[in-house]
Design a protein around this ligand. Structure first.
Ligand SMILES: *[C@@H]1O[C@H](CO)[C@@H](O)[C@H](O)[C@H]1NC(C)=O
Length: 214
């Protein structure tokens, strides 16, 4: 009898929890999902916000090739702009990570991150970045943490970081427990190409992690 009750209640819990994800995306844990953008076909892009349940506070996206894909204006559906940040676990930042998994490279176009202003931690990992275009991160608006890790960058537009603010996010709507207010760029290849475009950026502050050309 006891056992039957226990089984019944477990089933109830399982049934109450419905987790869904868009095509080429998978649930990891809590509000964390992975998506393989490089595997999505035209009907599956942009990444469909409405298909996520729970809503994706942490998104880890595999990328390779042109981002957003040819003919698309953005990576994520515009419904992302309606994400209810009040439902987020306040212990964790809302994060977006693009990852090429070492084997890939991306050609980034402005507007890729439209409607993603809820993101607090943004990173690009293991990517050969052919370019960082003008105002590449504009739509992210205010970040607590920006990171480019591993990989390399070939060309950076002079206005690449224009309209992006990286600061300790302390306002109510964006507050997270441990503020960083930090930019980190650590690449595994030399900055050789990067530095050819670097001089115009030297007036701007907060390029943490980079040694400047003398
Ligand atoms: C999505 O982003 C675009 C480009 O920034 C903007 O014009 C549009 O108003 C946004 N959509 C919503 C629903 O906020």
């Amino acid at each position: 009898m006891m056992l039957r009750l226990l089984v019944a209640s477990l089933c109830f819990v399982a049934a109450a929890r419905s987790i869904t994800a868009p095509a080429q995306c998978a649930h990891v844990t809590d509000a964390e999902f992975t998506c393989d953008y490089s595997a999505m076909d035209a009907g599956e892009r942009p990444i469909d916000f409405t298909a996520f349940d729970p809503k994706p506070q942490q998104l880890h996206v595999t990328v390779n090739g042109i981002v957003p894909y040819i003919g698309d204006t953005q990576m994520f559906s515009s419904a992302f702009s309606g994400i209810d940040t009040a439902t987020f676990d306040s212990n964790d930042p809302a994060s977006l990570t693009l990852d090429c998994g070492w084997s890939g490279g991306i050609f980034l176009s402005s507007g890729a991150f439209a409607n993603m202003s809820h993101v607090q931690h943004f990173s690009i990992r293991n990517c050969g970045l052919y370019n960082i275009p003008s105002e590449a991160f504009k739509e992210l608006g205010n970040l607590d943490y920006f990171k480019i890790e591993n990989g390399k960058i070939d060309e950076v537009n002079i206005n690449a970081w224009m309209s992006l603010n990286v600061e300790r996010l302390t306002s109510d709507s964006h507050a997270i427990p441990r503020n960083l207010g930090k930019i980190e760029i650590s690449l595994h290849e030399t900055f050789h190409y990067y530095f050819t475009h670097w001089s115009a950026l030297q007036h701007e502050e907060s390029y943490g992690g980079c040694s400047q050309r003398s």
